[in-house]
Design a protein around this ligand. Structure first.
Ligand code: ADP
Ligand code: MG
Ligand code: MG
Length: 886
């Protein structure tokens, strides 16, 4: 297969092969935009390199051919001594990983061609600046040298010159710096900086391929759940120069504000600069709007191109461009990352502008983004101590102790402390710390700086460009307006307003939560709330899945109902046996005779009845699935060792251990090696039938009372941990008997469907039989995952899961997102087989997966009727169920 594509040969749909950058450079080229000519080496070539350690043998010829073509087009040869063709060697994967991989600029310069470039451009300073950049980037990226080696040398040169500004270094200074850099290369690598342009290019290509597996790239992919084997394409792009003088420069731009979604002109520009200078924050950039004054022609052309790109991609685009002596060049574009709020607002604005329809708008927002919008905000009425106000780069409200290094952030997070990572600017090596921190605060750089871009991608709060802060990492302190903040001091940052406060600021519910709670109207003037309202309404109209909630209390049920729950999918009754009721449960377990156990049950029944009364009332008119008691009974007794010690101590003191001795005997009797595989669920119901019966009586009499009061209670009784239809049939007969008895005694009628959980592999496999005794199934995917993989859910996290994630055995914990191939196959099997027996069998899911976006899409495909999740996840589930149905 072809391994190299000219920019003119590709298009934006070829991302998998050409990477996002290459595919979009091709698209722009074919749109007739001013893109410097070049070509792309495919990600397939990279895959071969990663597997075998060397590039495919036929690659060299293909590159030769494309270099020759490029040389012909440009009328000069790569590295040619009198007037060199220079290129950049740029990484570009199918999925954007901002700043994670490597790029080398000015490839083709050497000791000869630097003079040619100086002469031809009439600007020796520029030529030497370009050469020192090449050696610097090459040294870091290709030769693996520490960046500090070069930065320290630049710093020393500036100091010798008595300046802080890199522009004050003249041609001779930069020439000297090149000598220093070359010596450093020799010293650190034992070889000379390669002078052969083509060798430079080949080495850079391999380095870019290799950067796919750099530590930070691996970390980023894990964080963002990106596949490990995609590889990166490499773009060879002829150089254009933003560092030729003040009539040149480089910048980044967005077609809309990526933090709020507002239309307008957003971006940063830096005169007389190259490449990363803008994002690295080495000098302060100017707002893009200022380009209009600096170079009106380039500005106007850029505006036209941006409008064209947005129309073409039908979405927010971000752009890299360079102006070389008044001529505009496009270096990159892509559909840009944005904050959660911007995603909603841009999607609905584009609908209003007639660019996309509402279905498409719904496709473009994610449940995870909605979840972010539900995080609390700082309380505007709280007393605050404002330190400074800078750029709100990624929204959210974060408080934490100040730390200055990524390592300190990680350590503190491991201790369970909340921290804010404070830096002058971040670079890709700070990724660990950014993940560990609650928020990020930088003193330099704008909305397009590394910190801002990465934080937005992660949904982490970020304030940047706080130039009133003097951040002294070495001294571990910040000076601001005459005050000093030390490491460990608490600060709060508001990623929407850019405010930085001393101390911890209290938080209040976000407007989006207020909207779901019904305390803020959709049309009250909050544009974000209006956008959320439109898209969630559309999701509700679109979705086939119902959304229920997991709730055990009337309070949770009521909140869930406000959030849009269509019933309760799982009420766990064991929570109702804790607290002061524990004693009655203990008596039940200790009972020697039927009378004693009846007495204990008689204490519990009215309490349970009240629980159900409140719950059914809160969900009046909607189904309430109540699961009969599930966990092993010993969970309600004190732990074995604790009791044993207590009893032994009492005996030693010559005291009577009394009740404790009885309890100890019971605990010993009930002790199991594998309680999760032991006496629990339906087994408990069969061994101690009184418990199940008591619960059913409580449910039935609560329902009867509500019915008599003119209400519409809809209880559903669910029997847990069934593996065989016989188990279910026995329990069912008992449950039905109680229901009939109570209905007769109370003299009212209502219907109570009886069903079961499918949470054991055998239940899924024999679902055809089980459905004979069940009117509904609810897939208990927590236990089903545990039982299918043979993983103990309570133990894996601290044990081998991190190894499994590192080795890529799975990309995400199967307890977090449904394992489609294994556990998911059982869900599908259970659903299909169950419906063979009973076509109107109601199917739901009530594990943690019910609130997980990917899993919701799976349950939609599997044909379930509803998902059930915790109250706070309901809006997310509604949105994702709508998206799944598109
Ligand atoms: P990243 O993916 O990290 O943005 P890029 O490959 O886009 O890396 O390049 C890094 C920087 O160098 C960007 O600012 C880009 O605009 C600039 N750049 C890349 N190629 C060229 C080129 N041919 N001429 C001028 N600048 C370039
Ligand atoms: Mg780029
Ligand atoms: Mg279970």
């Amino acid at each position: 297969p072809k391994l190299v594509y000219d920019f003119a040969e590709g298009n934006k749909s070829m991302k998998q092969l050409l990477g996002g950058k290459g595919a979009n450079l091709a698209e722009m080229t074919n749109l007739g935009l001013p893109v410097p000519p070049g070509f792309t080496i495919t990600a397939d070539a990279c895959k071969v390199f990663l597997k075998t350690g060397s590039v495919p043998p036929e690659l060299a010829d293909e590159i030769d051919h494309h270099v020759a073509e490029l040389e012909q087009k440009m009328g000069k040869k790569l590295g040619q001594a009198d007037d060199p063709l220079l290129v950049s060697v740029r990484s570009g994967a199918a999925v954007s990983m901002p700043g994670m991989m490597e790029t080398v600029l000015n490839v083709g310069l050497n000791d000869d061609s630097v003079n040619g470039l100086a002469h031809h451009s009439g600007n020796p300073r520029f030529a030497w600046d370009a050469y020192r950049r090449l050696i610097q980037m090459f040294g870091k990226t290709v030769l693996g040298m520490e960046g500090d080696i070069f930065e320290d040398a630049i710093e020393a040169a500036k100091q010798a010159k008595g300046t802080k500004n890199d522009l004050d270094l003249d041609a001779d200074d930069l020439k000297a710096l090149v000598q220093t850099f070359k010596a450093a290369v020799h010293e650190h690598t034992g070889r000379e900086f390669p002078q052969d342009p083509r060798a430079q290019m080949d080495l850079a290509i391999e380095a870019v391929f290799g950067s796919w597996n750099s530590e930070r790239a691996i970390l980023y992919r894990r964080q963002e759940r990106i596949a490990t084997d995609l590889g990166t394409a490499v773009n060879i792009c002829s150089m254009v120069f933003g560092n030729l003088g003040m009539d040149s420069g480089t910048g980044v731009a967005f077609t809309r504000d990526p933090s709020s979604g507002q239309p307008g002109v957003y971006g940063d520009y830096l005169q007389n600069a190259q490449g990363e200078d803008v994002v690295a924050g080495i000098r302060n950039t100017v707002p893009l709007a200022d380009l209009e004054q600096i170079d009106k022609a380039s500005y106007d052309e850029l505006m036209t191109i941006m409008a064209k790109l947005e129309g073409h991609y039908r979405d927010l685009c971000d752009i890299e461009f360079t102006v070389e002596r008044g001529k505009l060049w496009m270096l990159q574009t892509r559909v840009g990352k944005r904050t959660a709020g911007a995603a909603f607002r841009i999607a609905t604005s584009l609908v209003d502008e007639g660019v996309i329809d509402t279905d498409e708008a719904l496709r473009r927002v994610k449940g995870a983004q909605l979840a972010q919008l539900m995080f609390p905000r700082f309380d505007g009425d709280a007393a605050t101590d404002l330190l400074t106000k800078a750029i709100g780069a990624s929204p959210g409200a974060a408080s934490g102790k100040v730390v200055f290094t990524s390592a300190a952030a990680v350590e503190a997070a491991d201790r369970g402390e909340k921290v804010i990572l404070v830096r002058r600017e971040t670079n890709p090596d700070d990724l660990h710390g950014m993940i560990a921190a609650q928020g990020i605060l930088t003193s330099r750089g704008g909305k397009t700086s590394h910190a801002a871009v990465v934080a937005r991608g992660m949904g982490k709060t970020c304030v940047c460009g706080a130039d009133e802060l003097e951040v002294d990492v070495a001294a571990r302190s910040i000076k601001v307006n005459g005050r000093t903040i030390a490491e460990g001091d608490m600060i709060s940052i508001d990623g929407t307003t850019g405010q930085v406060f001393l101390g911890e600021v209290p938080v209040v519910p976000s407007p989006v939560v207020q909207y779901f709670e019904g305390t803020l109207a959709a049309d009250a003037g909050d544009e974000l709330v209006a956008a959320v309202d439109r898209l969630i309404t559309h999701a509700d109209e679109t979705r086939r899945l119902d959304v229920r909630t997991n709730a055990d209390t009337a309070e949770d049920a009521a909140r869930a109902r406000r959030f849009g729950a269509q019933g309760i999918g799982l009420c766990r009754t064991e929570h109702m046996f804790l607290g002061e009721r524990r004693e009655a449960v203990e008596r039940l377990i200790l009972a020697d005779s039927a009378e004693e156990s009846d007495a204990a049950l008689a204490v519990l029944e009215p309490l349970q009845r009240k629980d159900f009364l409140e719950l059914l009332d809160a969900m009046d008119g909607l189904p309430v699935t109540i699961r009969l008691i599930d966990p092993p009974l010993h969970e309600f007794l004190p732990p074995l060792t604790e009791l044993a010690v207590k009893v032994a101590l009492a005996k030693e003191r010559g005291e009577d251990p009394g009740r404790d001795a009885l309890l100890l005997t019971a605990v010993e009797r009930l002790h199991e090696q594998n309680p999760m595989l032991g006496l629990r669920g339906v087994r408990l119901g069969l061994v101690i039938p009184g418990l199940f019966k008591m619960q059913v009586r409580a449910i039935a009499s609560a329902a009867a009372e509500l019915k008599k009061a003119g209400k519409d209670p809809r209880p559903e009784i669910m029997i847990p941990l069934v593996a065989a239809v016989q188990e279910l049939q026995f329990s069912r007969d008992e449950v039905e008997a109680v229901l009939t008895e109570v209905a007769a005694a109370e003299g009212v009628e209502w219907s109570t469907p009886i069903g079961t959980m499918i949470e054991l592999p055998r239940a899924a496999v024999t679902a055809e039989q089980i459905a004979e005794a069940a009117e509904f199934f609810s897939f208990g995917t927590n236990d089903l995952t545990q039982m299918t993989w043979g993983f103990s859910r309570d133990d894996v996290e601290g044990s081998f899961f991190s190894t499994y994630l590192e080795k890529g055995i799975f990309a995400v914990s199967p307890f977090e997102s449904i394992d489609r191939e294994g556990v998911g196959a059982l869900v599908k099997m259970g659903a299909e087989r169950g419906r063979t027996t009973r076509p109107d069998l109601k199917l739901g899911i009530c594990g943690e997966h019910g609130g997980d976006p990917d899993s919701i899409h799976f349950f939609h495909e599997a044909g379930l009727d509803y998902v059930s999740c915790s109250p706070f996840r309901i809006p997310v589930a509604r949105l994702e169920a709508g998206r799944a149905a598109l």
